[in-house]
Write a protein that binds this ligand. Structure first.
Ligand code: UDP
Length: 480
């Protein structure tokens, strides 16, 4: 007699490396440790059909199924449509294909749960249709979810056109004090059209039975319990389960060897790793000068200065292949720093770079995945947030967790200049007070992150609890 099929979890990843990679790791853990089968579903991005093939094939090696939904036409949308509009249209139009796939999977095994990421709240009604629990996966932190919850609560009962602003400062659980300038993009002004989208999105989140959040107790302490309890008491949002850090080494080998070879030749604990999408030419020039003045060794992943506000890796291939980001660096910079610095174009195997013994610090845009990768590797950060919810993350990391130094602009126009960059890098690398405290904290947090994800750790137990509920419910439905 063959064993009955395991209950099957279907995870739906919206486009973008920052969404797929942590979700892939979550799926791997569910299958390896928590007794369910899983399929990770992706959308077909016509402009970059192979963008994630390496991640997906590594997942299949880990025993997780993958499925790509057929392409849907988007050519009726305006050519200048915002990336988030494209994303939401893509997901919305793919729902019939997803429904068919779910029916297919459920004919072979009982469905345990449907888990779209936070861009996929439109998918939640499908779970109700099929009678399975729906959980949303958040590749962002609890503080950002809490910001969203505040926006939804402030707008309780408000109709479109009457949306209300958030107050100028928010006191969020866990002692996080957030001011308007640090709110995530779109949350600052209720008159902006994007604010309406955010409120509607937040309201849709309520259809989920729970949130799986890529964070862990020690990085957002006390918070976790409060958020879970308050949310359940007030019924605004479902309970949130911290299940991170879900960190997965990149399987994309492009350019990996050059970086790692170079790191192998540097002394232990000597290199500053720098990676984010530069905001513009001035920004790039200040960063280059700041790094050079710091006198420290560096590995810099240089991307095209983003002049158009594009903020996602999705559609990477829209950029012209002949565009060479290194050509945007200040004249003579590469020659002057060639003895102790390496600049690579576009992409580095970040998880492997961060965990290399030569890497000592990370100048980061504070994307939440990058943050967790740094924390998991015990690497302290210089926080230089640019867009999305990165300022929220920078506040948490520099003020609450104490694992990052955040340079502050002294110029009226808000530009952080070479002086502030040099000072922050030097303090982080050699400082005897602030720098030392942050370096120590990074070591502690690395251990805490490892504990959370190990068998019996807080995040491991959360996932076990949730998977246990899913399995019990799936068996219950089968018996009916
Ligand atoms: N990444 C990488 N190499 C790079 C740049 C990024 O491997 O040169 C990976 C990084 O490790 C992370 C993801 O891409 O897993 C970026 O996610 P994050 O949330 O940090 O940033 P965002 O999606 O907001 O840009």
């Amino acid at each position: 007699r063959t064993a009955p099929p395991r209950p099957h979890v279907v995870l739906v990843a919206s486009p973008g490396a920052g969404h797929l990679i942590p979700m892939a790791e979550l799926a791997r853990r569910l299958v390896a440790h928590h007794g369910v089968a899983a399929t990770v579903v992706t959308f077909t991005d016509l402009s970059a059909p192979d963008a994630h093939s390496a991640v997906l094939s590594s997942l299949r090696d880990d025993g997780v199924d993958t499925a790509a939904l057929p392409a849907v036409p988007l050519d009726d949308l305006p050519a200048d449509a915002h990336i988030e509009t494209l994303l939401l249209e893509l997901i919305g139009r793919s729902i019939p294909h997803l429904r068919a796939l779910l029916r297919d999977i459920s004919s072979a095994a009982p469905l345990a749960a449907l888990v779209p990421d936070f861009f996929g709240s439109m998918v939640l009604p499908l779970a109700a249709e099929l009678g399975v629990p729906a959980y949303l996966f958040f590749p962002i932190n609890l503080t950002s979810i809490s910001l969203m919850r505040s926006a939804v609560e402030v707008n309780d009962g408000a109709a479109s056109g009457e949306y209300r602003d958030l107050p100028n400062t928010l006191q969020l659980p866990g002692g996080v004090s957030l001011s308007r300038e640090d709110y995530a993009d779109g949350f600052r002004n209720s008159k902006e059209p994007v604010y309406a989208h955010i409120i509607e999105e937040g309201r849709r989140y309520r259809a989920a039975a729970g949130f799986l959040v890529n964070t862990f107790d020690e990085i957002e302490p006390s918070y976790v319990e409060k958020l879970t309890k308050q949310a359940a008491d007030q019924g605004t949002f479902p309970p949130a389960y911290p299940v991170g850090p879900c960190v997965r080494p990149s399987s994309d080998e492009d350019g990996a060897l050059a970086c790692l070879d170079w790191l192998d030749r540097q002394p232990a604990g000597s290199v500053v790793y720098v990676s984010f999408r530069e905001r513009g030419l001035v920004h790039t020039a200040e960063l280059a000068a700041g790094l050079e003045d710091s006198g420290h060794r560096f590995l810099w992943v240089v991307r095209m200065p983003s002049l158009d506000g594009e903020n996602s890796d999705w559609g990477k291939s829209h950029r012209r292949a002949e565009d060479d980001p290194l050509a945007w660096l200040p004249e003579g910079f590469l020659e002057r720093t060639s003895g102790h610095g390496l600049a690579v174009a576009a992409w580095a195997p970040q998880v492997r770079v961060l965990s290399h013994p030569a890497t000592a610090a990370f100048v980061s845009h504070c994307g939440w995945n990058s943050t967790l990768e740094s924390v998991a590797a015990g690497v302290p950060m210089v926080a230089w947030p640019l867009y999305a919810e990165q300022r929220v993350n920078a506040v948490v990391l520099s003020q609450n967790v104490g694992v990052a130094l955040r340079p502050r602009a002294t110029r009226a126009d808000g530009l952080i200049t070479r002086k502030e960059i040099t000072a922050a890098v030097r303090e982080l690398m050699d400082g005897e007070e602030k720098g030392r405290a942050v370096r120590r904290r990074a070591e502690d947090l690395q251990e805490a992150a490892a504990r959370a994800g190990a068998p019996g750790g807080s995040s491991w137990q959360m996932l076990e609890e949730v998977a246990g509920k899913w399995k019990a419910a799936a068996l219950g439905r089968q018996k009916q």
